[in-house]
Write a protein that binds this ligand. Sequence first.
Ligand code: R5P
Length: 283
Amino acid sequence: MIVSGSTSQAVSAALAARLDVPLAAVEYREFPDGELLASVPGFDGERAVVVVSTTTSDAHLEVLQLQDAVREAGASEVVTVLPYFGYARQDRAFKPGQPVSARAVARAISSGTDRVVTVNPHEDHVAGYFDVPCTIVDAGGRLATALPDDLMDPLFVSPDEGAIDIASTVRAGYGAGETDFFEKTRDVDTGETSIAPSDTAVVDRDVVVVDDIVATGGTMAESVDIVRAGGANRVFAACVHPLLAGTAHVRLARAGVEAVYATDTIERAVSSVSVAPVLAPEL
Ligand code: R5P
């Protein structure tokens, strides 16, 4: 039985349909004091697949409650799917005194599940922070299915070397074009980033800037500025996780992005690509 968190209803429904298993009825409540209560009143399955993108602190709590609810109702096995694993970017203590937040939340999530499946975490090593087996799924190839099929001499470029694997997967899925990456550096004290272009010519080419996450949109917008300044033809943004916080979408549009393609690991208006086909085989 698929048990959906409030942040992952579309992908949960798609998984239930694809796997031909029931989709549990769920209830999410908030008490006047701010405490949450997520429950699964009709749970009668022996095996529970709890699907929650932990995009907020509340969602982290929700996954713990749903895991506990199905265990309480007699689940024989609990599989936890984190289409988006929040806090994964805090994968180390960057300064003395900081927590390894990814490890802290992974440990908490591990306490209520037999295993975990997640999609393109920022760094793969966070899988090792779970106390139970964690499988990583790559949804990059799915993004290729959404792109226009008439891209001209396409270049798939990532803002930093860390996202080159996803850009390569998108290119492979598209079946044509080149792959490249820029150099992004971050000041540890201020958090300010800057991006240096590569030598690859973009004049008159269609460019797809590919990243794992678009959060504030700053990284993507700066990358788009670079390729537009280099004379690119059409410019598209593609990402697995469209956090799109605050005015991110406006920033991308103002930078000159023709369209944003993203998956439904985070449910936003641009989440046109389902990750259900790559998650289902792991379930
Ligand atoms: C970091 O290296 C990630 O791959 C993304 O580039 C980053 O998280 C995007 O954040 P923002 O949209 O706030 O620039």
